[in-house]
Design a protein around this ligand. Structure first.
Ligand code: PMP
Length: 432
């Protein structure tokens, strides 16, 4: 459609899939940290597309890889192997602790969690999956059953056997002692309740190391070690979903490194494709062996696709060659410093949290009561977009005022500072 016909055509033919409306702008192209609209406006992309364009948009190495692969080796029947698949599996294993050695390549996050949950069920012979009450793991059968941060009503029952525990949120603790978040008591209570709800079939716990869509919630240091212990006591597997935290985003190669808690199964998606659909499930020799003996099946259309694997391999190589874990740490410190500085001047910023280049702020009407700022946040986001910065509000019931920032790792210091300036300006304008 021409520009004049664009919106009428969009209204006539598009299914609205995200509850809110589409952004009021037509994006024509993207490059590096920016997307460009039909009026020639450059918009800083502080969400890396859908938290995925880790190397910025249209990175030359990805462009070269896709151009070469699409012309030489695109797609194969699922049992046919190609070199990029084996090379990427080995490259990923080389970045991980030795227990995480077996890899399956897929397309999306939901799909990778679906596969991880199936493997956990097959391996343990049990079916119950425990997750946080602000989790997001996808919209497919098992992954949506373990997702609690999005609308769950209207679709009938999800897969039975899902149990939730409270998300350990230091800003809004359920349990406190001496004015501090008593996460140990919270975790003990959570597992007491999980045990009571269980029908004796606990298979796995699934979590993100930092809950992104759940509100940029970083469980306190030590929490995951204690949680892993709870899992071990029940012979449950621990699945980490590193769709967003994986591959240098948080300042380490993997989000789990901060606590040194290695999962039994790891899923990667968004960042692995840096904007293209590439995902992986990674587990141990033993789990892979047992699952295979028990007839594990996940022969999807795009499993082991050579093109996707070539892209994933390029991403891993670019990250490693440029030490992007250190870049994310350095830029993350700068972002954190900038956000804390904004917090000192803007009463509405109740909390600043996250790690590396995955950070967020929570807006409140009053720092003492921590009442969510509601429409104020939505107005700030709209104003940011008008001024040339795209951030998003994470969406789960009652989260109308948590902003997520996940700029590409290739973002420059100047771009980061400009984004912070725009946010500053938008907060000031909307507060008036
Ligand atoms: N896990 C996490 C942590 C995610 O953030 C997402 C996507 N928002 C998913 C899984 C689902 O990924 P996909 O949309 O690619 O299925």
């Amino acid at each position: 459609p021409t520009t004049g016909e664009f919106w009428p055509t969009a209204r006539r033919h598009l299914i609205r899939y995200a509850r809110n409306d589409f952004a009021p702008t037509i994006i024509e192209r993207a490059a590096g940290s920016h997307v460009f609209d039909s009026e020639g406006r450059a918009i800083l992309d502080f969400t890396s597309g859908q938290m995925s364009a880790l190397l910025g948009h249209c990175h030359p190495a990805i462009v070269e890889c896709v151009s070469r692969s699409i012309a030489t080796l695109d797609h194969l029947f699922s049992w046919m192997l190609s070199r990029p698949v084996v090379d990427l599996a080995a490259a990923l294993a080389a970045t991980l602790p030795s227990t995480l050695s077996k890899v399956m390549l897929l397309s999306t996050g939901g799909e990778s969690n679906e596969a991880a949950i199936r493997m956990a069920k097959l391996y343990t012979g049990r079916h119950e999956i425990v997750a946080f009450d602000q989790s997001y793991h996808g919209v497919t059968h098992a992954s949506v059953a373990a997702t609690y941060s999005m609308a769950r009503t209207g679709y009938g029952p999800v897969a039975p056997g899902n149990i939730i525990i409270p998300t350990p949120n230091a800003y809004r603790p359920l349990f406190e002692r001496d004015g501090r978040h008593d996460w140990r008591a919270e975790l003990d209570f959570a597992f007491t309740m999980a045990d009571r709800q269980s029908v004796g079939s606990l298979a796995a716990f699934i979590a993100e190391p930092i809950l992104s869509t759940g509100g940029i919630i970083e469980p306190p240091p030590g929490y995951f070690a204690a949680l892993k212990q709870k899992c071990a006591e029940r012979d449950m597997l621990l699945i980490f979903d590193e769709a967003q935290t994986g591959l240098c985003r948080t300042g380490d190669w993997y989000g789990f490194e901060r606590d040194g808690v290695v999962p039994d199964i790891l899923t990667l998606s968004k960042t692995l494709g840096a904007g293209l659909p590439v995902a992986a499930v990674i587990t141990s020799d033993e789990i892979e062996e047992v699952c295979h003996e028990r007839g594990f099946y996940f022969g999807t259309t795009h499993v082991s696709d050579p093109l996707a694997a070539a892209v994933g391999l390029t991403v891993v190589n670019v990250l490693a060659q440029n030490a992007f874990d250190q870049t994310a740490r350095r830029l993350g410190d700068r972002l954190r410093g900038g956000l804390l500085e904004l917090q000192a001047r803007h009463e509405q910023i109740g909390d600043v949290r996250g790690r590396g280049l995955l950070q967020g702020i929570e807006l409140v009407t009053d720092r003492a009561t921590k009442q969510p700022a509601g429409e104020f946040g939505a107005d700030v986001i709209r104003t940011c977009l008008d001024l040339g910065l795209h951030l998003n509000i994470v969406q789960f019931p009652g989260s109308s005022s948590i902003f997520r920032m996940a700029p590409p790792l290739t973002t420059t210091e100047e771009e980061l500072d400009r984004g912070l300036d725009i946010l500053d300006q938008a907060l000031t304008t909307v507060a008036r």
